[in-house]
Design a protein. Structure first.
Length: 186
């Protein structure tokens, strides 16, 4: 049985979900971002309790097919941008389509319809959050970051960063109270 969980975007979320399942006596075979696979059927009581416990933790058990598809798209994007050392060298649309097993136009239309924004804008927002993270680590210069994040140039990265944040990357890096957004708020 597969369960889809909304807002599950970090390793901490995975640990929390594992703990909730364990507390309810549910054995999970797989716990991934946004997805839990269990061997046995879950009783309605266990399912309600899991739903309530996850809600208290800011997570949400999903049953709507479109919502599940949107969450899968978000997870693919999150993993692609935040949990890889380098971004794929193919178009994001091709990567998402291949990973999901659906036509990209279909995915893009559903995503826009439900989220009110395009997949492209969602990817840009995540890329900028990743750039912020890399700037805060202070291990790479802007040229290296632009290469890792597949920008055509430092200028392109800087323009996009300023458009999204209102700040230049250098100004952001020198700020005292640097602020990143939690991934589930991007």
């Amino acid at each position: 049985m597969k369960l889809y969980i909304k807002y599950m975007v970090s390793l901490r979320c995975k640990m929390l979900v594992r703990e909730e399942l364990k507390n309810l006596g549910i054995y999970a075979v797989v716990v991934e971002l946004g997805l839990v696979e269990v061997k046995e059927e879950i009783s309605p009581t266990q399912l309600q309790q899991l739903k309530a416990n996850l809600l208290l933790a800011g997570l949400e058990l999903m049953d709507d097919k479109k919502a599940m598809l949107i969450e899968k798209i978000k997870i693919v994007i999150t993993e692609m941008i935040h949990y890889n050392d380098e971004l794929p060298k193919i178009n994001f649309s091709e990567y998402i389509s291949n990973t999901m097993g659906y036509d990209y136009t279909y995915l893009a239309n559903i995503f826009s319809e439900v989220k009110g924004t395009t997949i492209e804008h969602y990817i840009i927002a995540h890329k900028i959050e990743r750039v912020k993270e890399l700037l805060l680590y202070d291990e790479l210069n802007l040229t290296e970051i632009s290469y890792i994040m597949n920008y055509s140039s430092v200028s392109h990265l800087s323009k996009q960063f300023k458009k999204v944040t209102g700040l230049t990357p250098t100004y952001f890096k020198n700020l005292k109270g640097k602020k990143r957004n939690p991934l589930d708020n991007v």
